[in-house]
Design a protein around this ligand. Structure first.
Ligand code: CMP
Length: 137
């Protein structure tokens, strides 16, 4: 089942020089391809929309500040079961709970600075792709 998903390599991943490592893991999966990729510093308006469901939570403001703190690699990945698949590669939100072998399990220690974002459903992916790549449908 071919799908699309929106993946962010967060500012901690870019700052730490982990883009190649993480992109390599995605590229090596069979039947997946990266169909859009751009490095950009996200603005507050975009982040407020992206993280709208978390507004008011204690971690919201520090999360937005962190996400504004430097460039993010924004990409669209397409292919076989990518929504579930990229989330499996990433591991759970808390990097300490994430198994070694996953991106967060291998490289993260802090919940906020957990290296990657991946859409949690096909519906979220459609919404997020429209937000980050307007015009791509
Ligand atoms: P993600 O799942 O990509 O999207 C929501 C983000 O909020 C999450 O990654 C973390 O970066 C951050 N986050 C979620 N829960 C917490 C928390 N309890 N403390 C700090 N940051 C959090």
């Amino acid at each position: 089942m071919s799908q699309r998903t929106l993946v962010l390599l967060k500012p901690d991943a870019v700052r730490r020089g982990l883009m190649g490592e993480i992109i390599g893991r995605i590229e090596r999966k069979a039947n997946w391809s990266i169909t859009a990729l751009e490095l950009r510093t996200l603005d507050r308006a975009t982040l407020e929309q992206h993280y709208g469901e978390h507004e008011g939570k204690p971690f919201y403001e520090p999360l937005v500040a962190f996400m504004e703190s430097g460039p993010t690699a924004v990409m669209v990945v397409e292919g076989e079961r990518v929504v579930e698949g990229v989330r499996a590669l990433a591991g759970p939100t808390d990097p300490i709970a994430a198994a070694p072998g996953s991106i967060r399990g291998d490289f993260g220690t802090i919940v906020r600075e957990n290296l990657v974002h991946a859409s949690d459903s096909a519906e979220s992916a459609d919404r997020e792709i429209k937000l980050f790549f307007p015009g791509r449908g």
